[in-house]
Design a protein around this ligand. Structure first.
Ligand SMILES: CC(C)(COP(=O)(O)OP(=O)(O)OC[C@H]1O[C@@H](n2cnc3c(N)ncnc32)[C@H](O)[C@@H]1OP(=O)(O)O)[C@@H](O)C(=O)NCCC(=O)NCCS
Length: 401
């Protein structure tokens, strides 16, 4: 099923098209005017990356002038051993004199169309509050909370913290991969995206080295006003954590750190956690997404009370559904169907469409049933709790949330 995009309310002269190098000044100028100087740097890196390029940048042109833009990049969401190709929309802006005409609505539709044509099964993003709900996104994955760094500490002499360079990319990818390994759902950086972020204006990547060996990494921002943010910390031990925080802390600025679970000693350095913000997820074709996750469901069933189950599985999102036989604990191919008003009476479960992201990537079936009045797990409750458990998630993103 494809979620319909509402008809655009744009002017007749507006044309949505793929951008080209000739548009660089106009697109970069628009992004800087509506966002920050770093956006122009990001645009340059994105279009210069052979895996991305101008085909990922959309613009709306009115009377020969670029008045709105949006871009998309490819990422992956790893669920257990399954890798889901995903799209991520970035660099969204409309010229001040042209807001409210549906241009970004049209560009979001363009980005989603391109992303799905590239084989993406889901879209994921960080963005301004509420806005992206209008384009099929739901808040689906909680971010790690931030907290003020409270402890004062001296960096141990044996550890050097320095700006990371191209030569550190493999070490940083290995450190991040190791840090993410304990999470059920992981959104890593690709090598090229991590490369763009080494010295993004406004934030940079750092590496901690002890006896010539990389032992930690983190990303932190410049001081803006009197605050700075430090995130995505990986550390071999508490001394590495304090070394990174000591390096990130500057003069009188308040340092906020992302309380990434599993970082040794980090919580001891932090004050009270702020409530988490959430990542947006957009599911457009649940049947394809669920089918891609079948190996993961089989793996979950294999270590459960349902390992030898002969039966069936039925999941409705009310306007559509999938069903599958289960033979000796393994799901068969999903058969896709239309609207199903009473899935529980047919032995299945009903989950609202807008809760599918939370079902798959964070809360799991039991919490979704608690939270959404139109979620009914029915007699499949125990099976659903095994197939869709609560998940921990760690995401590396372009913008620091
Ligand atoms: C936010 C921004 C991109 C909107 O662009 P736009 O071309 O005016 O958006 P559209 O006209 O396509 O609006 C689409 C819908 O979103 C709504 N909308 C617009 N701005 C909104 C906002 N900040 N929050 C919530 N809804 C908003 C519109 O009312 C419209 O709703 P409708 O289709 O249901 O009537 C533009 O205001 C902008 O460039 N802002 C500064 C930069 C920025 O914040 N970029 C996003 C970074 S994540």
């Amino acid at each position: 099923m494809t979620v319909p995009e509402a008809a655009p309310a744009a002017t007749r002269a507006a044309e949505v098209r793929t951008a080209s190098e000739a548009d660089f000044e106009a697109v970069a100028g628009l992004l800087v005017d509506r966002g920050e100087p770093a956006d122009a740097v990001d645009l340059r890196r994105m279009v210069d990356d052979p895996q991305v390029g101008w085909s990922h940048v959309g613009v709306v042109e009115v009377d020969g002038k670029v008045v709105a833009t949006a871009s998309w990049i490819a990422t992956t969401i790893e669920v257990g051993a399954t890798v889901l190709p995903a799209g991520q929309v970035e660099l969204v802006a409309t010229h001040r004199g042209h807001e409210g005409k549906g241009y970004v609505r049209r560009l979001m539709a363009w980005c989603h169309q391109e992303s799905m044509a590239a084989g993406h099964l889901v879209q994921f993003m960080v963005g301004i509050p509420h806005f992206y709900r209008k384009f099929g996104y739901e808040y689906s994955i909680p971010m790690h909370s931030y907290a003020k760094v409270t402890d004062t500490f001296a960096a141990p002499n044996a550890i050097t913290v320095r700006r990371a360079t191209d030569l550190d990319l493999d070490a940083m990818l290995a450190l991040q991969r190791r840090a993410q390994a304990s999470f059920d759902v992981r959104i890593p950086h690709s090598r090229s995206q991590l490369g763009w972020l080494l010295d993004r204006d406004g934030s940079a990547q750092y590496i901690a080295v002890r006896a010539g060996r990389p032992v930690g990494t983190a990303r932190w921002t410049d001081v803006e006003g009197d605050v700075a943010f430090c995130a995505e910390i990986v550390a071999d031990d508490p001394e590495v954590t304090t070394s990174l925080l000591a390096a990130a802390r500057r003069d009188d600025a308040t340092l906020w750190a992302m309380a990434r679970p599993g970082v040794p000693g980090l919580l001891d350095c932090l004050g009270a956690l702020e409530p988490p913000e959430w990542y947006y997820v957009r599911v457009s074709e649940p049947n394809r997404l669920l089918d891609a996750l079948r190996p993961e469901f089989d793996a979950r069933l294999a270590v459960s009370e349902f390992a030898e189950l002969d039966g069936s599985f039925l999941l409705s999102w009310w306007s559509g559904h999938v069903r599958s036989p289960i033979e000796r604990g393994r799901l068969g191919p999903f058969e896709r169907g239309g609207a199903l008003q009473a899935p529980v009476a047919s032995g299945g479960s009903g989950v609202p469409f807008d809760a599918l992201g939370r079902l798959l990537f964070s809360d799991g079936a039991i919490a979704v049933e608690d939270r959404f009045p139109d979620c009914y797990l029915g007699d499949q409750r125990a099976l659903m709790s095994v197939m869709f458990p609560a998940c921990t998630t760690d995401a590396l993103t372009w913008y620091l949330p």
